[in-house]
Design a protein around this ligand. Structure first.
Ligand code: FAD
Length: 470
């Protein structure tokens, strides 16, 4: 037998014809996503409009003027997008709740290279445009504009931005420790500040008294204020308010522990199963690093719990964390939770340590007996992290647990024997077309589950996944 059904499969299913709450919640969230996307496009349009409203439309008469105008537009759009990138990474609650941390950081990452190309275009086009208009060669023009106010500082800003983008290229990033990469990434704030003065001192677009100047100052200050508020002040305020300490540690395996933490007013966090926090354990040698871990239990009273696998130095240190250690937290983040529900039924699919948010989501998700299926890829039958807890919750809530035990398959997300038997998500999960599928596990494995779900005809809005890598 390629898979094992643990319980509840035969529970009588009380029909529920309308999945009104789930659909209404999904459409509200998707409406917010549309609004944010519209905001992004509008901000680019306004950046271009600033130039056109300053008579930019008339500055295309000669080749030199046209190239200069394109250079100015490239700079305006690039700067606008840098601010968008900062907002996407600022953990603004509105963005986090609408698109989730994964998707906002995904877009943040995707914008890096195009913005760098726009910044290069800005510099090259302006140099060429000025040279053509002045009737001198590029080198002479470069020497002459070097003396423009704040230009050397702007070039330093570009160099810092380029360093951040290069350090984020997959091939380079893989070679860096997370903390080193993160430190380099912080240079982006220096890049923004260094590039700021030349925007106001070179050219007349942002001259004193113009509405363009006020608008540009407002979006720049607003973005930097959001970063300071949500990335720095909010976590400190949250940690001071909730006074979290390690209450106990339960060993799950030789390299996996569950860490229970207690604090004050934790219900006010509004956290729910499937979400994650960024945790900083204030122990010697650990206080300087913060790591994301999902809740492995739905928050109860004043207790939060995570389950950590030792995958590197930071997580290995947590294996020996002592009760009483103070903990700083940032969050809750993510929409790998009820917030993403769009259908009546739910399927929770996990492998490895990806079981943690699945375990807490099983506790917090709303479903009736018979409407939830948990599918776990485990090393052996009845062997899997948190499996006993999951079976107990499933029994009490009327969910079905299916384990697919065995070594990794050569292709797909199932074992080779399960694949030979023709198993698929649709074969394991009843009424899959009316189901939200939540997937968490190693990247390649999760991708294979998602491909299976899509090929079974599920819509993208029904598939939700959490990635543990960066
Ligand atoms: C949203 C999310 C939820 C997670 N939930 C869990 C969980 O419930 N249980 C669990 O065991 N693991 C979880 N992880 C993975 C966990 O964060 C990493 O294993 C841990 O940070 C590794 O740090 P390290 O110092 O031990 O290893 P390192 O050697 O520093 O890194 C090992 C790998 O971990 C990743 N990583 C390290 N630091 C971070 C960071 N700050 N942010 C993102 N990725 C990082 C990188 O992919 C890196 O290649 C989660 C990750 C994310 C992004």
């Amino acid at each position: 037998m390629a898979f094992l059904v643990h319980d509840a499969r035969d529970l009588a299913r009380r029909p529920r014809t309308v999945a009104g709450i789930e659909r209404a919640r999904a459409s509200k969230r998707l409406w917010r996503v549309d609004l944010l996307q519209a905001g992004l496009v509008t901000s680019i349009a306004i950046a271009i409009a600033l130039f056109l409203a300053d008579g930019g439309g008339t500055r295309f008469a000669t080749p030199g003027a046209a190239i200069t105008s394109l250079g100015i537009i490239a700079g305006l759009v690039a700067t606008d997008l840098v601010l968008v990138m900062l907002l996407l990474a600022a953990r603004v609650p509105l963005i986090e709740r609408a698109v989730g941390h994964d998707a906002s950081m995904g877009l943040h990452g995707k914008l890096g290279k195009p913005v760098m190309y726009l910044l290069v275009a800005h510099g090259v086009l302006l140099l060429a445009g000025y040279a053509l208009s002045d009737g001198i060669d590029l080198v002479a023009e470069a020497v002459s504009i070097w003396s423009l106010p704040d230009l050397p500082l702007a070039i330093l800003g570009f160099a810092l931005f380029a360093l951040v983008v290069v350090s984020s290229l997959v091939a380079v990033r893989r070679k860096l420790r997370y903390e080193s990469w993160h430190l380099i990434h912080l240079l982006v704030y220096g890049a923004v500040l260094a590039a700021l003065p030349h925007q106001f001192s070179v050219g007349g677009l942002f001259a004193e008294g113009t509405w363009q100047r006020w608008y540009w100052m407002a979006i720049t200050i607003g973005t930097l204020a959001a970063v300071v508020a949500f990335r720095f002040v909010a976590p400190i305020a949250l940690s001071l308010r909730h006074r979290l300490v390690v209450a106990g540690i339960d060993r799950v395996d030789h390299d996996v522990v569950s860490i229970r933490m207690r604090g004050v007013d934790l219900d006010k966090l509004g956290a729910t199963g499937g979400q994650f926090f960024i945790w900083r354990f204030l122990a010697p040698g650990q206080w300087w690093q913060a790591h994301p871990y999902s809740l492995s239990a739905h928050p109860r009273g004043n207790e939060l719990r995570i389950t950590v696998r030792a995958l590197g130095t930071g997580s290995a240190d947590l294996m020996g964390i002592r009760p009483g250690t103070r903990v700083m937290l940032e969050g809750p983040y993510g929409i790998f939770s009820e917030a993403s529900r769009s259908r009546r039924r739910i399927a929770l699919v996990a492998a490895g340590i990806g079981v943690t948010p699945i375990r807490s989501l099983l506790e917090s998700a709303s479903f009736r007996p018979g409407e939830a299926t948990v599918v776990l890829r485990t090393p052996a039958a009845n062997d899997g992290w948190l499996l006993d807890e999951i079976k107990a919750i499933a029994r009490s809530r009327g969910a079905t647990v299916i384990t697919v035990p065995g070594p990794r398959g050569t292709t797909g997300w199932l074992t080779d024997s399960a694949a030979r038997e023709g198993l698929s998500l649709a074969a394991l999960v009843p009424e899959l077309d009316d189901t939200d599928v939540y997937v968490c596990g190693p990247r390649g494995w999760s991708d294979a589950v998602i491909v299976d779900a899509l090929s079974s005809g599920l819509k993208p809005e029904q598939i939700h996944h959490e990635r543990f890598d960066w």
